[in-house]
Design a protein around this ligand. Structure first.
Ligand code: ANZ
Ligand code: ZN
Length: 846
């Protein structure tokens, strides 16, 4: 049902939707082969695009190529070809396969992120960020992939510390790197998840965790050594535990740590130690003592340097509460063995277990908690912040776990960072008129390191500011930047003066429907949200009505799993040549056994891959498109079983037989002037029902699997209508509606059926694609209804009969007995009792 309460979805369409519909599927990496996952996404976006086009919308349905990145470069190294050539060839191949799928993309706005006319603007956006201090350089400990010889973002390192791509154990190195200040947008990115009503909850939850908002307090501990005083700022989410603080811990990078290290050889040794740091490791700064900010009498708090304290989070220093934090408990036991812990929070009813820390955020403060004794932990947290504020020693504070975005890559196949390093001017942006900084043709690729660093003709430049000899930055940008703004470029992909036109982008973005894999739930979607918001702040577009959010509705489609045949003895994956087929059923040649079947992620090693092009050749694009929608709801994973396509093929053949059958009975397209028969009313009502269902599914609920079953049911209704002599004009009209609606999913079958119909008459219409989407008309009251016939308490069959027949019991009983089912269930039986109701007749028989 539509929000305005109307049952007519077409009315909803007209009033709620704007003039445009931007249907976007995540653009692919041009690997050269289209897989079934692609077929699934593009089918969905194509069906929706065609649906909205038939509804008179200005539909934007673009396609492009996420064309920079490592695979092209690796392939180039392996095969000795230019990544640009490799990429171009792959694009051509994939485009051909998309055409085979009959996806109707707007090819006139096609883009590839590796083209200079695109990355010129990626570079410009980087410079806009640089201008605002959002793109900055700093030395950072980075993840170094020793195999690919490149820096990896944190997200590209798995939980075991290995590279997502090469699988090598990642090393830590210190390098000057470019960062984008996404953390400046952390608050908005977190808050505005609340605007994304049409996003899957699981994606929002993942982003929320990734951004990781923590509310707590920032507080100052005064610390003294014999000759100096310090203020140590810490961040805590547990201000209520302030009176249980027994130590402070500083990160290895903390300024105070660095200062002490100057004279303290042992600390130097501790910091330089090359073994993996344990969470419990600590180095006590013997001469430094801190004081509790709310009670000066507690003034002998030891201060440690501890690797577990992250330099980039909070204040890079923590207050240690062994009694209430697992990590602090372990740290205390190792560094201060035998010392008691100070408990200030206990469970509301009962006593704490003395052998473990009490880590719950709920509880009651003990008598050890000074002014907070007796309060609930909740109340104590608030009271502690108030007290700290009054004492000028702290305030409420919020921290985000989100880190700034490290974008430097020491690789060739990416957009060069448009910066020049000058000995006297520092980092100098490349002037606009020198953009794009072109990737030079690289002939000497060794596969190791960054070829740009070895190309003097690339890096040797004049400083744009002072004219002295300078060096061009040889890093390229993370490809996630390329894909963070491509949907803006589609709105104006030929613009040579700016990334895109303000008015065009503002009119078309936010994207109405974004479809892609859930694997992009965090990075790509978060980066795109960040960049869109930034571009709105800079006035490149108006930001829409969702505070710069780029995607109104998001759909994450499920995986496509391949049919996998396994040896039942040992679970081994079976190769195709190990199998025979007996009456279509697989048999293992060697043993004669039936293989075990499961559906698993497609992979070469499982011999379960499916090539879409082969499938399309075998069954046709229409059948593949309908099958892929029919087999599973969009969000769920789909088990690809070719054996099931026959059902779709059978249905499509039935559809294609209808035009002839209809042309045979239809003489003119004049409507009957008499009252409609019961069968005609039934057909009428079925048409309205399916038009409504299909419209709601395509416009709103996206239950695309039920769209296909509704097409099938409507097809059956039309066959039934022919059998029951429904007036041909009504059948003709019902079929035209079916074919029009089907054209979203099965364009060629629909167009063929349409032509066959049109041929009979000199119709003004020429193609099904320029039709208008059918509107549901009011239902008609049928003169008949379905009665349930119950025999000895069990429903045996249904009987269609005039509505009022139950008022004439004798006639009703006769009709029941006369029907074929009545013959079957009642003939020859002794009828003891009959009860007639408004919708049923109940027999007791012997
Ligand atoms: C005292 C305390 C007592 C803490 C207690 C926790 C439990 P989230 O929720 O992840 O934000 N912390 C603060 N800065 C840190 C840093 N740079 N590196 C490592 N740990 C840090 O965690 C916040 C908590 O993590 C803070 O609250 C602090 O320990 C620690 F019973 O302060 B807590
Ligand atoms: Zn200079």
């Amino acid at each position: 049902m539509s929000p305005d309460g109307s049952l007519h979805p077409t009315k909803h369409l007209a009033t709620v939707l704007k003039d445009k519909f931007y249907s976007l599927s995540m653009f692919p990496y041009p690997s050269g082969i289209l897989h079934l996952g692609h077929v699934r996404v593009y089918t969905i976006s194509d069906v929706l695009a065609r649906f909205h086009r038939l509804n008179g919308k200005n539909v934007i349905h673009p396609m492009g190529w996420d064309a920079f990145g490592l695979p092209a470069e690796n392939a180039a190294v392996e095969r000795g070809i230019d990544p640009a050539v490799w990429t171009k060839t792959n694009i051509a191949k994939m485009k051909e396969q998309m055409d085979l799928m009959l996806v109707d993309f707007d090819w006139e706005t096609e883009l590839a992120t590796c083209n200079p006319d695109y990355y010129k603007w990626t570079q410009k956006i980087f410079l806009l960020m640089y201008e605002d201090g959002l793109a900055y350089r700093k030395k950072a400990e980075i993840n170094w992939d020793p195999v690919d010889q490149t820096v990896l973002a944190n997200e590209q390192v798995d939980s075991e510390g290995k590279s997502w791509r090469s699988g090598a154990v990642v090393e830590k190195r210190l390098l000057e790197q470019w960062f984008l200040g996404i953390t400046k947008y952390a608050k908005e990115l977190n808050q505005d998840l609340g605007l994304l009503n049409e996003w899957p909850q699981k994606v929002k939850t993942m982003q929320k965790h990734w951004i990781g908002k923590s509310s707590g307090a920032s507080l100052l501990f005064h610390a003294t050594s014999p000759d100096q005083e310090f203020d140590i700022k810490t961040f805590t989410t547990r201000a209520d535990t302030l009176f249980s603080v027994q130590y402070l811990a500083l990160s290895c990078d903390h300024p105070i740590t660095k200062q002490f290290a100057v004279d303290d050889v042992e600390l130097q040794r501790f910091l330089a130690e090359d073994r993996p740091k344990d969470i419990k490791d600590g180095y006590l700064l013997p001469s430094l003592k801190a004081t509790n900010p709310l009670d000066g009498r507690i003034c002998n708090i030891p201060v440690f340097v501890a690797p577990y304290v992250l330099p980039g989070y909070g204040e890079g220093a923590v207050m240690g509460c062994p009694a209430h934090d697992e990590r602090d408990w372990g740290f205390w036991a190792q560094n201060m063995p035998g010392t008691s812990v100070k408990r200030t929070v206990k469970p509301a009813n009962g006593v704490a277990d003395e052998s473990t820390p009490y880590t719950s955020k709920e509880g009651i403060l003990t008598e050890n908690a000074g002014p907070f004794a007796g309060m609930t932990a909740d109340a104590a947290r608030a009271a502690a912040v108030t007290a700290l504020e009054a004492a000028g020693a702290g305030h409420g504070a919020v921290q985000y776990r989100l880190r700034d975005w490290l974008i430097s890559r020491q690789r060739y196949w990416g957009a060069p960072i448009p910066i020049i390093h000058c000995a006297s001017c520092g980092t100098v942006p490349v002037p606009d008129e020198q953009l794009p900084v072109l990737l030079p043709d690289s002939k000497h690729r060794t596969g190791k390191g960054n070829p740009l660093e070895q190309m003097e003709e690339f890096y040797k430049v004049e400083c744009p500011s002072c004219g002295a000899d300078a060096r061009r930055d040889t890093d390229t940008m993370d490809t996630f930047i390329d894909s963070s703004w491509y949907f803006f470029r589609y709105t104006d992909s030929k613009n040579t003066a700016q990334p895109f036109d303000f008015a065009k982008a503002s009119q078309l973005v936010p994207v109405d429907m974004y479809i892609g894999g859930v694997e992009h739930a965090i990075l790509h979607l978060l980066y795109s949200r960040f960049v869109s918001k930034f571009l709105a702040t800079k006035g490149l577009w108006d930001g829409g009505n969702m505070n710069g959010e780029p995607f109104k509705r998001l759909v994450t489609q499920g995986m496509v799993n391949g049919k996998t045949l396994l040896d039942p003895q040992n679970g081994r994956f079976l190769r195709p040549e190990e199998l025979d087929y007996v009456k279509g059923a697989p048999v293992i040649k060697a043993t004669g056994e039936t293989p075990r079947i499961s559906f698993e992620k497609m992979s070469k090693s499982k011999f379960n891959g499916v090539d879409p092009a082969t499938c399309i050749e075998k069954y046709g694009a229409d059948a593949i498109r309908a099958h892929i929608l029919f087999q599973a709801p969009v969000e769920l994973s789909l088990d690809w079983d070719e054996g099931k396509i026959v059902g779709i093929e059978r249905w499509l053949r039935r559809v294609l037989s209808l035009p002839l059958a209809i042309n045979n009975i239809v003489g003119s397209l004049e409507m009957p002037t008499r009252d409609l028969t019961a069968d005609e009313i039934k057909l009428h009502n079925n048409v309205q029902k399916y038009v409504t269902n299909i419209t709601v599914s395509l416009e709103d609920t996206l239950q695309l699997n039920t769209v296909i079953s509704d097409y099938m049911k409507l097809t059956n209704s039309i066959y039934e209508a022919i059998d029951s002599n429904v007036h041909p004009t009504l059948i003709h009209s019902a079929f035209r509606k079916l074919v029009t609606m089907m054209s979203t999913v099965t364009p060629s079958v629909s167009e063929e059926a349409w032509e066959m119909l049109s041929a009979e008459f000199a119709f003004p219409w020429s193609t099904v694609f320029t039709n208008t989407w059918p509107t549901a008309e009011p239902m008609m009251e049928s003169p008949t209804q379905l009665f349930s016939i119950v025999v000895n308490g069990k429903r045996k069959f249904g009987l269609e009969a005039p509505r009022n027949i139950f008022r004439d019991p004798e006639y009703f009983q006769q009709e029941i007995m006369r029907s074929p089912e009545g013959q079957k269930y009642l003939a020859g039986k002794q009828i003891l009792k009959v009860v007639f109701k408004e919708k049923a007749a109940s027999f007791v028989v012997r």
